[in-house]
Write a protein that binds this ligand. Structure first.
Ligand code: AMP
Length: 215
């Protein structure tokens, strides 16, 4: 099963991706995670990506497409994959179809986790992420707080606020999403691949709606 997850920043698609990965046993490919890992290692690609990420802008298509193409050629994707945070522009979506086409594969479902902008803003400003990259669990100071403030329930590591979760950056990320990524909803609708899910409500209920659609 080859799935693309669509949704604004803070829509909860990362959280749902992790749960879907557990259920279906397919790898999650998150371009945001790939960039953060590259930055942590201090690679030139990571440092380049950071200049865009810190401003809430998109990393240029050629960089992102190169990263994803390399990842899609690895041999662990026989059962499929879950793309989280890619594609984010029409040229990226077209590049994805081209790359998959060259491997005689295609996207099976584009799942849209649909959340209004106002709700996204409230969610993102309170978001906290586990600093341990092997865990990466996400919390919210109001909606989903950890048992002990600032500490991950799952692994005990420190929680932090991502650099790109500040208010000005969040506003820019929402603008970018609406201008550049939202057109992908029509792109996948026209291909008959769009599966829209209401992204407001308990995490497990949203997950159940997605599973119902995917079967
Ligand atoms: P995310 O973790 O998916 O919210 O991504 C964090 C940041 O990484 C984004 O705000 C972008 O700056 C960059 N990024 C991640 N995925 C992409 C992509 N597909 N295209 C362009 N930039 C991306």
């Amino acid at each position: 099963m080859r799935i693309v997850l669509l949704g604004g920043p803070g829509s909860g698609k990362g959280t749902q991706a992790k749960k879907l990965v557990d259920k279906y046993g397919i790898p999650q490919i998150s371009t945001g995670d790939i960039f953060r890992a590259a930055l942590k290692e201090g690679t030139p690609m990571g440092l380049k990506a950071k200049t865009y990420m810190d401003k809430g802008e998109l990393v240029p298509d050629d960089v992102v497409v190169g990263v994803v193409e390399e990842r899609l050629k690895k041999p662990d994707l026989d059962k499929g994959f879950m793309l989280d945070g890619f594609p984010r522009t029409l040229p990226q979506a077209e590049a994805l179809d081209r790359i998959l086409g060259s491997m005689s594969k295609k996207v099976d479902h584009a799942v849209l986790v649909d959340v209004p902008d106002q709700e996204l803003m409230a969610r993102l400003t309170g978001r906290r992420t586990c600093r341990n990259s092997n865990c990466g669990k996400m919390y919210h100071v109001m909606f989903n707080p950890p048992k002990k403030e600032g500490v991950c329930d799952a692994c005990g590591s420190e929680l932090y606020q991502r650099d790109d979760d500040s208010e000005a950056t969040i506003r820019e990320r929402l603008n970018v999403y609406n201008a550049q990524t939202a057109p992908l909803i029509d792109y996948y609708k026209e291909k008959g691949l769009l599966r829209r899910v209401e992204g407001v409500g308990p995490i497990d209920e949203i997950f159940a709606s997605i599973v119902k659609i995917l079967g």
